[in-house]
Ligand binder design. Sequence first.
Ligand SMILES: Cc1cc2nc3c(=O)[nH]c(=O)nc-3n(C[C@H](O)[C@H](O)[C@H](O)COP(=O)(O)OP(=O)(O)OC[C@H]3O[C@@H](n4cnc5c(N)ncnc54)[C@H](O)[C@@H]3O)c2cc1C
Length: 418
Amino acid sequence: MTDDYDVVIVGASIAGCASAILFANLGARVALLEKHSGMDAYKVLCTHTLQPSCLPVMKTLGLLPLLEEAGAHGHVTHLWTKWGWIAPRSAPGEDPLPHGVNVRRQTLDPMLRRLAAETPGVDLRLGQNVNGLLEEDGRCTGVRVTANGVETRLTARLVVGADGRNSTVGALSGLPVRLSANNRLGFFAQYRGLPEDAPSRVWFLDPDTAFAFPNDDGITVVACSPNKEQHTSAFRGDLEGSFERFVRALPDAPRIDEAERVSKIVGTLDLPNVYRKPYGPGLALVGDAALATDPLWGVGCGWAFQSAQWLVDAVGGAVANQHDVLPGLAEYGKAHRAALDSHHKLMEDYSAVRPFNVFERLLLSAAARDDGAARHYYSFASRLIDVKQFASPGSLLRAARVNAFHRLRNGSARVNQI
Ligand SMILES: Cc1cc2nc3c(=O)[nH]c(=O)nc-3n(C[C@H](O)[C@H](O)[C@H](O)COP(=O)(O)OP(=O)(O)OC[C@H]3O[C@@H](n4cnc5c(N)ncnc54)[C@H](O)[C@@H]3O)c2cc1C
């Protein structure tokens, strides 16, 4: 049996549901295939802080008011550094800083899946495991799907792999992939009873990191990413003790002993970075299927939303108007690379576990001492500007000036104070 669609999307999580809604809004007939059979399935391995960069897409999808209603927590993240806290705030008389959103995946994923299912033109099919690609003349023309032991074929003008970091579609397509080691562990747990009005906080202990993110339903996610070399055997041998000791030792630590832990401590000892070429003939990859970068930076969910938007911007017109999608796919590849390459390269480099380089020390120390520099850092961490803009000659100069004033005021000329 073969069904025909304009677009077949594999994976009904963030990237898949966002792509499905955006394609269908242009008039495309979309099959959205998900291997889990429950409407309420959600991704457990995620600390779900969403960066401000993805807010415009969430607005377009109509998701923001639903998230607000569900109690999602707007955030402007504060950052601990050895130079002090970076606490970004807007300049006097200016608009508030763009904020991100913290919302548990158990809230977000079902909400987004329902939104997709209710969008005219989207055919959400749960319990469908995609295990093969159809091909004609070197071009992907559809997928093979198994559900309840029965195999079906779905054909489409465009197949979209939104099936996460271990993407089956990516593997079957043979698109080039680059893997690199991440030399940090990642563990987290949910707590109830920590201050709900606290800002989202990140500790840059250089090289280890930790996080506390207030979320919906009074939950705060507390997380840590210690380096593997020093911490693997302790975390492997005594996860609970190692996790809690690590958190208690943080400067201005979240008071986990006065709160109730309401989840297991979950995480992973190994999470390599994965970068795939995001398109091929008749085929595109979005979200983690294209790029699963170090979770330390909390960017994957946002980029899953944004890559869906870039794809639909590039090929949506061709799909809806029955034109050739190939030129648009190359445009998508360019947009993806232009937006994410420099961010990912820096993240990949930092995931090898190195101390901050001289530029990072300069920019971060200035951000802890000066509101303008703090806003500049915040724009970068929010993924609203790229690496070149973050470390532009002008920004470095301004940071050097901030630090020079700081040294003058504090009577110290020690170089290691940057
Ligand atoms: C420890 C950890 C912490 C993280 N914390 C953050 C954070 O704080 N902020 C942030 O922005 N990002 C974070 N991330 C990253 C974030 O979780 C991912 O970037 C995001 O989930 C990517 O969304 P996606 O839709 O691309 O893929 P996924 O959410 O992984 O969804 C893939 C979907 O495809 C389905 N699927 C897979 N294979 C098939 C198949 N063969 N057939 C049919 N369906 C299939 C799956 O069931 C799933 O529903 C974290 C990641 C980790 C590991």
